[in-house]
Ligand binder design. Sequence first.
Ligand SMILES: *Cc1c(COP(=O)(O)O)cnc(C)c1O
Length: 400
Amino acid sequence: MPGFEIFGDEEKREVLEVLESGVLFRYGFEGQRGRQWKVRRFEEAFARYTGASHAQAVTSGTAALKVALAALGVGAGDEVITQGFTFVATWEAILDIGAVPVFTEIDLSLNMDPADLEKKITPRTKAIIPVHMMGAPARIEEIMAIADKHGIAVIEDTAQAAGARLHGRHLGTFGAIGTFSFDSVKTITTGEGGMCISNDASLWQRMDQYHDHGHDHLPNPGGRGGEGRLFIGFNYRMMEIQGAIGLAQLAKLDAMVEAQQHNKNILREAAAAIPGVQFRDLLDPAGDSATFLTFLLPDKAKTDTVADVLRAAGAVATRWSENTWHYYPNWEHLLEGKTPCNDGWPFTLHGKRRYVYDPQALPKTVAILERALTYQVPVRLAPEQETSICTALAQAARAL
Ligand SMILES: *Cc1c(COP(=O)(O)O)cnc(C)c1O
């Protein structure tokens, strides 16, 4: 997820324009800023790029999820379904809005298993958040069909999949809202930052208002000050420097995806030599943003063997089952309901536990991720890095 790899003169030029104007705030300062509206232009460019009609910039991918949930009216007593393989932010946002996260298994797409989703829907389900992990789609068309049948809104957590498409359509545009992250390790980065996209003008308006203390921005569109408020909000405003960097990064996104696809193919061919190897299900290889290569071995013992060979050869592969940020069984603070709040909120209400998270609740997810090994695919694959990984994979192929 390497936006940081391609920082260059374009980002510097954009940022300098902001510093020269002296206006860091996305609203107001009309006299001083001239015609410079970096965040607004980033929103417009991002909407155009993804094909969504509206985009709302925010401070992070976590904030984007929170703003999306707020706009959909999710709150206390509601359940929101997501998957057991995601970054913690997805369920933190659900808890933070007062709702209860419910987790599905993943399948070989390494994303939400639609069959398990059906089983987890209850009358309290208010939203579904499939996550497009590692640059490639969840079974979003099947998920949308299930959600539509039950009349439940879908937020696509597209934090890891900027630039990825399914049959030509950008991820994040299938559900009611798509959310993105531009944190320091994402495909495009603004240091910290996020975006919500939607084709629904009234949802966008609610996001616009909620992210800025509820200001309705109505008497002075794009401006701020002295407006009314339809409801409460919070501060999730992006600043001009981030908008400036985002404009420069977005202009490079398609070229990054192309380079990653090229580099991923090289690594994939080397991995394909391992006996019994299987690759993650890609619903649309042409639309893959190709930020990661994930391959699976037939069982855990063989995966251990391959992982050891790769490590010894100096080309360590990520094992998500050992990761504490993305893997349900390792989220001890969630499983044990740890909170700074003395009365146990949000895990308890009036002293009563709201939902019990069993560490063994997702055996299929465990069985899949215990067999999976992942390499991050760089935009710029240095020759020595290519040789190192490909040689290690060839050794692994001989070891099995
Ligand atoms: C990074 C990430 C987020 C959160 O984004 P931040 O900008 O770091 O807050 C949310 N969901 C997923 C799947 C992510 O990878």
